[in-house]
Design a protein around this ligand. Structure first.
Ligand SMILES: Nc1ncnc2c1ncn2[C@@H]1O[C@H](COP(=O)(O)OP(=O)(O)OP(=O)(O)O)[C@@H](O)[C@H]1O
Ligand SMILES: [Mg+2]
Length: 414
């Protein structure tokens, strides 16, 4: 029993709810009314109730919403409903508010799209083959030489690449009308102190646009290294990696960031949502980074696609893992990415939610013609891919095209 309750009970007249009971009903030692059976009323935890009227049936009095009153007889505060951005036009009906917001959002997208088109039209598009000499030295010395050569070419060509020039160190010219990704002779080394380890050992690969691609392989085979190298999170040491036509190998870090912002979306195993933003606000983070097109969707349309329209104003802690992962897909889609990358996107989800997320990724590919590339170590998940890239020991072991991919509902989940 808290001191507060005791004190309040010793002076029942402090409780405005008691006033009409004073002098009319028998009272207990602490001033509380006695139940019809003569006993002191007992609260839900067995504690005597101080200074509070009790209902004739001896139960705790209930508030208008059926909730038990607090021991002092006051109404508990209603749970706070989070403020939402849709509250900005309170005089309109729900439908009017939605229409107004949708058309305003579309207008904004289209004017941004126009500006972006003009900017892109100004960009170059020259094709140039540059020399990246083969390095004969081995170990750390060889690695340092390769990094030095890469830096020289990067400082010379990074800006041109970002502006649309095609710079190749292997003589290959990418066909962006057909392929989202083209890789020629990609090798990557990691250093750990004086130790140098080669992770990618010469990757050649073409990934068709608007397909569902699965990168499959055992743990440590280099899947994440490959995914990071084609998505601009990292880059290979030598070779050409054309992603959306840009040779990422020769982009400097700040230009890689710009490339990612303008071209690609990511979903990770852990959803990486901002905990103090609602689902809608989290998705809007992506929208702010977006490069608009006429096909751009509003946030509302995106949430409809992912089946989360009812959850838009929830915070991450109020959602299940699968729902949070869907919000992270919404955030990625709000950017209008050319390519959507996912590293084990269902790795933290149970079967039901995992299947749902895969279904949405397929829907994204079918509806918006987005190239979707996911990494998994689960061969069952690979069965839904149009193309499966088998990675083993830093090399592409096999590239399998699947003319009849399974639906997420048809695969085993073990
Ligand atoms: N930053 C790094 N520095 C040094 N070695 C690294 C680094 N990142 C990865 N590696 C090594 O590169 C190899 C490939 O790692 P990668 O993360 O690409 O594998 P993966 O196929 O994604 O594995 P998993 O399925 O376990 O995620 C591993 O042997 C790993 O230890
Ligand atoms: Mg990995």
């Amino acid at each position: 029993m808290s001191n507060q309750n005791t004190n309040r009970g010793q002076n029942p007249n402090n409780n405005p709810n008691n006033n009409n009971l004073n002098n009319q009903q028998p009272k207990g030692p602490n001033g509380q009314p006695i139940m019809p059976n003569g006993q002191i009323p007992i609260g839900p935890k067995g504690q005597p109730i101080m200074g509070q009227p009790i209902m004739p049936n001896g139960q705790m009095p209930l508030g208008p919403n059926g909730q038990p009153l607090k021991p002092n007889g006051k109404q508990p505060k209603a749970p706070k409903t989070p403020k939402t951005k849709t509250e900005w036009l309170p005089e309109l009906t729900e439908q009017e508010r939605k229409d107004a917001k949708d058309s305003k959002a579309k207008e904004k997208i289209l004017s941004k799209a126009q500006k972006y088109k003009e900017k892109k039209a100004k960009k170059g598009g020259a094709f140039k083959v540059v020399n990246f000499p083969e390095v004969k030295e081995t170990g750390l010395k060889g690695h340092k030489t390769r990094i030095r050569l890469q830096k020289q070419l990067t400082s010379k060509y990074s800006k041109d690449i970002l502006n649309g020039d095609i710079i190749s160190t292997t003589g290959n010219r990418p066909d962006t009308s057909r392929y989202a990704i083209e890789i020629y002779g990609a090798k990557k080394w990691y250093t750990n102190g004086d130790m140098v380890t080669q992770i990618l050992k010469g990757v050649d690969l073409k990934i068709e646009k608007s397909k569902f691609i699965v990168i499959l392989g055992p743990s440590g085979s280099g899947k994440t290294t490959l995914l990071n190298s084609i998505s601009g999170l990292d880059k290979v040491t030598v070779g050409d990696v054309f992603s959306v036509g840009h040779n990422l190998t020769l982009l400097k870090d700040s230009h890689l960031t710009k490339f990612r912002r303008e071209n690609v979306g990511f979903i990770f195993q852990q959803y990486n949502l901002l905990s103090n933003l609602t689902a809608r606000e989290n998705a809007e983070v992506g929208e702010n980074l977006s490069v608009p097109t006429e096909n751009s969707m509003t946030i509302e349309e995106i949430f409809e696609t992912i089946g989360m329209k009812e959850q838009m104003n929830k915070y991450p802690h109020q959602m299940s893992g699968g729902q949070q992962q869907r919000v992270s897909i919404a955030r990625a889609l709000a950017k209008n990415p050319e390519i959507l990358f996912g590293d084990e996107p269902t790795g933290a989800l149970d079967e039901e939610m995992g299947r749902k997320v895969l279904e949405i990724l397929l829907e994204v590919k079918n509806r918006f013609k987005t190239t979707v590339i996911i990494v998994t170590h689960n061969p069952n998940i690979a069965e839904i891919g149009d193309t499966v890239i088998h990675v083993r020991n830093g090399l592409i072991d096999k590239l399998a095209h699947n003319s009849n991919p399974k639906k997420p509902s048809e695969i085993d989940w073990s």
